[in-house]
Ligand binder design. Structure first.
Ligand code: FA5
Ligand code: MG
Length: 416
């Protein structure tokens, strides 16, 4: 094997992640840049916006057990199989995930710990943590973000479930003033079905409790935003049915903030809870923080610049005051694609591996198929910009050269 540092992956036979050694194999695609994020633990830094939102949600669900210290290294069984995600499901592909090896990975969602939560004995719990996904590059996508998972279950019995749900809702303190407009209260539809093993009365009661719980969470978080609109839309997750996504209307667009639904009974069975029925949700903490703190770029959360960090204090939600941005440096790269095996995420990952957090955006600006040869050529514009200093053209040229040579070698493209 060549000693060259292929897109940042070390060339030894083992790799150390969060203090543990793993044997590398053909699935290994974690990079040093990504692994450096596993020690940051932004959700545990008291006065960091991600942590402030986590604490707000934990305070809102005050009777839930808070589990926020799971390491991001999980088995593929935890991330997928335990959640009824079939072996051939597209979310498992290497190009969307960070694999340590064939059987271990950086979690792609906090749902990877649902079973652990259920096995902890708590009937209601929250799980927060950093999650990792290979993705595109722009102001709202970063390969690491944070999620908050919630789960609560009840006894499964058509009469008892409804009664427990009512008592639980009644026992909660008066809701914050109803400033949130609920645009759509989705009913359960045949194409988003109740599970066969659930009595409709029981499932409906738990659905009502789920919607009540998330609506009141959003009301509590957005109590200072009088006109916030929220809607529920049908969704699909292999580990819940029925399922929904919750969206809020923000700056002229519907922004998805969480996925949720009634937990698949197979999962409850696996935890020895055959006679219980529960709901679960998973929220994006960056999405909520960007809206609540007015943070315009997802990379800012990772800033170690005092001009960013000093603006926030534990427990407080304040509007972020932008400090002057450093100028960007734009570079284009065009190449002919290989006949097969082209994947845009692999390209973005090389850019990230070479440039690190200096890359702000990667946008395809041209896509052309030659009429005679049918060969396809693409052009990407890469925006380089540092959050905390001026970049020089020289420095960026060197990075761009490295991007070009790595892309040429690793992706078998033909540079133009
Ligand atoms: C999930 O990850 C499911 N595990 C959620 C879930 C949990 C469903 C429990 C049912 C029961 P999804 O991939 O849609 O679903 O992500 C959930 C939330 O994470 C999204 O609504 C969004 O708020 C946030 N999110 C997803 N991708 C990104 C991203 N690239 N950057 C920032 N936030 C993201
Ligand atoms: Mg989603």
């Amino acid at each position: 094997n060549s000693a060259r540092n292929k897109a940042g992956v070390q060339s030894e036979d083992t790799i150390n992640v969060c203090g543990q050694e793993y044997t590398k194999d053909e699935w290994t695609n974690v990079t040093p840049n990504i692994l450096s994020k596993t020690s940051r633990k932004l959700h545990l830094h008291q006065s960091h916006p991600i942590s402030i939102i986590r604490q707000r949600i934990e305070n809102h669900f005050a009777t839930f057990k808070a589990l926020n210290r799971f390491e991001p290294t999980v088995t593929t069984k935890m991330n997928f199989d335990d959640l009824c995600i079939p072996a051939d499901h597209p979310t498992r592909v290497k190009s969307d995930n960070y694999y340590i090896n064939a059987t271990n990975m950086l979690r792609a969602h906090t749902s990877a710990h649902q079973l652990q939560g259920l096995e902890s004995g708590a009937t209601k719990f929250l799980i927060s943590g950093d999650v990792y996904r290979r993705d595109e590059i722009d102001s709202s996508h970063y390969p690491v973000f944070h999620q908050m998972e919630g789960l609560q279950y009840f006894d499964m019995d058509p009469e008892i479930t409804a009664k427990q749900v009512q008592d639980d809702i009644a026992s909660q303190a008066e809701l914050a003033a109803n400033t949130v407009q609920l645009v759509d209260d989705t009913l359960v539809k045949p194409e988003n079905p109740i599970q066969d093993r659930h009595a409709p009365e029981a499932a409906q009661a738990v659905v009502a409790h789920l919607k009540h719980s998330l609506n009141s969470m959003v009301r509590a978080l957005f109590k200072d935003e009088p006109n916030l609109q929220v809607r529920w839309i049908d969704a699909y997750f292999p580990f819940t049915s029925p399922s929904w996504e919750m969206e809020i209307f923000y700056q002229g667009e519907w922004l998805e903030i969480c996925g949720c639904g009634i937990v698949r009974q197979d999962l409850m069975d696996a935890a020895g809870l055959q006679n219980k029925i529960g709901w679960a949700f998973g929220c994006g903490l960056e999405r909520l923080s960007m809206v609540l703190f007015d943070i315009p770029d997802i990379r800012l959360f990772w800033s170690e610049d005092e001009r960013f960090l000093s603006q926030f204090a534990a427990g407080e939600i304040v509007k972020f005051k932008p400090f002057s941005k450093f100028p960007p440096c734009l570079k284009d790269i065009s190449f002919w694609l290989p006949e097969k095996d082209w994947n845009e995420n692999n390209f973005c990952e090389i850019v990230r591996g070479v440039a690190g957090d200096i890359v702000e955006n990667v946008t395809k600006i041209d896509d052309f198929t030659h009429p005679k040869t049918q060969k396809r050529s693409v052009c990407y514009r890469i925006t380089y910009r540092s959050m905390d200093r001026n970049v020089t053209n020289e420095e960026i040229n060197a990075i761009q050269e490295k991007v070009r040579s790595t892309v040429e070698e690793d992706l078998s493209v033909q540079l133009r």
